[in-house]
Design a protein around this ligand. Structure first.
Ligand code: ATP
Length: 658
């Protein structure tokens, strides 16, 4: 969006080129231009490590092009070429630093804009794409963000991010200053969508069941909880720093491999790649390139299996592994543990005794309230306690948009079961099945959903764990986890607090600490998975003949942020708008609705399709005579005529299923 605003702005300026000339003005502009370029470049380099690049990058390109309005074509060319040089260096810097994909894209886009301006000015065809970016750029310029065959049926991340920003689903937090990495704000549509997901989850797993009740525990609680649960000592990720670029990585997200010459005692090259679905191929290509550069002559042994950095930490090989940022061997510090909990101070006095933590998960509030809830709600094992709420993790590398952020929302259930041999397995399986089928029912694509049954690497107390993973545009990653945690949590809190947390089973006349099954899902990740499942672009017949692109969010009607859009056919006939408004007011009592009067009906349909509105109702001239309207279905695009009085029942059946 901002990029768009900039492009429009710069081309407007170009149209007015030469209207504010003058020699003195020239000199001032020249000086300003030079200073701005230098300052911006320094600023970009300086801010690279802190991940706050987007705004400076935008400012960088805005400066030279804005200046174009005051100079003649000859000078423009010189300045543009200079700007392109600098913009090119920025792109190279960012790539070398393995900067965030969006940052690199913003810088590449900026470079392409400058090159396009150059092409427009000097009239010679300019290849606006670098060799490596040719493919990407041609994809980026495809109309209506059409998914390519190469992408299969999974939408591209940039299309989702663009839609979310353009339509007001999600904004980067603090954007007017400079996006604050790892934090996001949900706009009007995003808020509705989030509410719908949250409500559907609560309805399904709490209100529709007799054996699960809800809880809303505090975000900040006694630090004793986090000491007992093991979070203070152990809730950490291994972190490494690139010594040169100062970029920081999670050691278990950086993978490395070795390509070794076949001959006895032959040399080897090492490569590192960031975790991704295609990292094997990336590593292979990088290793072959590196071997060629080193002048190695084959044959080679097969590329060694990819391992993460933690697996090399104590070996001599660690010094050979290159930094992903600079490609320099030995460029990384040794992994060290970084605690992910955000600290704060409680009370007026700062110091060790006032330190508290923002909860990194909602689960501990459930465990510490186990006895309160069990007693007051008179629950009998097996039973569950559910909680939806914010969690905070100071992620080392927040990335992939809302997938891994520093503030997010979790929907968790702790389901307490008997400690008898063989009991937990049945519940564990059932929670896995129930979670899976609910995810499909609310609209996740089955071909994108997988199970990852953990066989090793479980916590010492855990009995089993399965991740439900989803094929996000950036790779297949954890969407939710279902874990059998034994009675570890209740045990540590009973020990830590000195309170009895055991359960008295009246039927069996015995006391025991229940075991727990924990289905846990991130609301933001689920929202991203729903958008990924729902987004598509298709060819549809155009009003003027031929076809046109239609972008649709085929969200489940219950998830759709707006359920119904009401349109008067024209907006300059009071009878029509009054009738449409009356219907809108009736429907608004039950559903989130939109009233749209601007543009042709076809355009209004497209706008509604793009945000996933399942039903559009048009009030036309016939409506004035016979009290009927046209109801149009988002997915089939079919329109049916029905009496206004039948609309509420129709929608109720379609949206609520009753
Ligand atoms: P990951 O391995 O991706 O860091 P995790 O295994 O640490 O996740 P859990 O502690 O099991 O995650 O948290 C439960 C759920 O909370 C996850 O399945 C995920 O949906 C969500 N979640 C965890 N961390 C984040 C985050 N940083 N941003 C958004 N959602 C998150």
């Amino acid at each position: 969006m901002c990029q768009w605003a900039f492009i429009q702005y710069s081309s407007q300026n170009l149209h007015h080129r030469g209207t504010c000339g003058g020699v003195a003005m020239h000199l001032v502009w020249d000086l300003l231009f030079l200073i701005t370029v230098m300052l911006n470049y320094a600023c970009i380099l300086g801010l690279r490590a802190s991940g706050r690049l987007s705004l400076p990058v935008r400012r960088f390109v805005a400066a030279p092009v804005t200046r174009m309005c005051s100079t003649d074509t000859h000078e423009n060319l010189a300045h543009l070429k200079a700007s392109i040089e600098v913009a090119g260096s920025v792109v190279r810097e960012l790539k070398a630093a393995a900067a965030d994909k969006d940052e690199v894209k913003a810088a590449v886009d900026a470079l392409l804009v400058l090159k396009a301006e150059l092409s427009a000015l000097d009239g010679t065809p300019v290849d606006v794409r670098s060799k490596t970016n040719k493919k990407k750029a041609s994809k980026a310029s495809a109309t209506a963000s059409e998914p390519s065959e190469e992408d299969g049926v999974c939408p591209r991340m940039e299309d989702l991010v663009n839609l979310c920003k353009r339509k007001g689903f999600i904004f980067p937090s603090s954007e007017i200053y400079s996006p604050f990495s790892g934090f996001f704000d949900y706009g009007p549509l995003g808020t509705e969508l989030k509410n719908n997901i949250r409500q559907a989850w609560w309805r399904e797993f709490v209100q529709s069941r007799e054996d699960v009740v809800g809880l809303d525990s505090s975000i900040i609680s006694s630090p004793a909880i986090w000491r007992a649960s093991g979070h203070v000592d152990g809730f950490s990720d291994p972190m490494v720093d690139c010594k040169e670029s100062k970029l920081r990585y999670r050691a278990d997200q950086v993978f490395w491999a070795k390509l070794e010459q076949q001959k006895e005692g032959g040399s080897a090259v090492y490569v590192s790649v960031m975790e991704a679905d295609d990292m094997q191929a990336t590593a292979q290509a990088a290793a072959e390139k590196k071997a060629k550069e080193a002048g190695f002559i084959g044959p080679f042994k097969p590329l060694s299996a990819l391992k993460d950095l933690t697996e090399a930490a104590d070996t001599d090989e660690y010094a050979r592994i290159p930094s992903p940022a600079t490609g320099q061997e030995g460029g990384l510090t040794a992994p060290r543990e970084f605690n992910l909990m955000f600290q704060t101070s409680v009370g007026a006095v700062e110091g060790g005794s006032s330190v508290a933590y923002l909860r990194p998960e909602t689960a501990q509030g459930i465990f510490t309230n186990f006895a309160n809830v069990q007693r007051t709600a008179r629950m009998k094992v097996p039973f569950g306690i559910a909680q939806v709420g914010k969690a905070f993790r100071n992620e080392i590398t927040p990335r992939n948009y809302i997938f891994r952020s520093r503030e997010f929302e979790q929907m968790e259930i702790e389901y307490f079961v008997s400690d008898k041999e063989g009991e937990w397995e049945e519940h564990y399986k059932r929670w896995l099945e129930d979670s899976w089928s609910w995810l499909l029912r609310i609209g996740l694509r089955e071909d994108m959903l997988f199970r990852d049954v953990k066989s090793g690497g479980l916590a010492h107390y855990a009995k089993a764990c399965t991740d439900i993973t989803f094929r996000f545009p950036f790779g297949t990653q954890e969407l939710m986890g279902v874990a059998a945690r034994g009675n570890y949590d209740l045990t540590v809190h009973a020990n830590g607090s000195g309170e009895k947390l055991d359960y008295f089973d009246q039927a069996e006349e015995r006391r025991y600490l229940p075991h727990v099954i924990e289905p846990s899902i991130g609301l933001d990740r689920l929202l991203l998975a729903l958008l990924t499942s729902a987004y598509h672009v298709e060819d549809v017949p155009a009003a003027k003949g031929g076809t046109e692109k239609r972008t649709v969010l085929a969200l489940h009607p219950q998830m759709a942020p707006v359920k119904v859009a009401v349109f008067p056919l024209v907006n300059n006939k009071a009878e029509l708008t009054d009738k449409a408004r009356a219907l809108f007011s009736t429907l608004q009592k039950r559903y989130s609705c939109e009233f749209d009067t601007s543009g042709a009906i076809g355009r209004r349909y497209r706008r509604a399709d793009e945000i996933g509105t399942p039903y559009c109702i048009t009030v036309d001239f016939c409506s004035l005579d016979d009290d009927t309207v046209t109801v149009r279905d988002r997915d089939s695009m079919e329109q049916v005529r029905m009496a206004i009085s039948d609309v509420p029942a129709f929608l109720s059946k379609k949206i609520d299923g009753v």
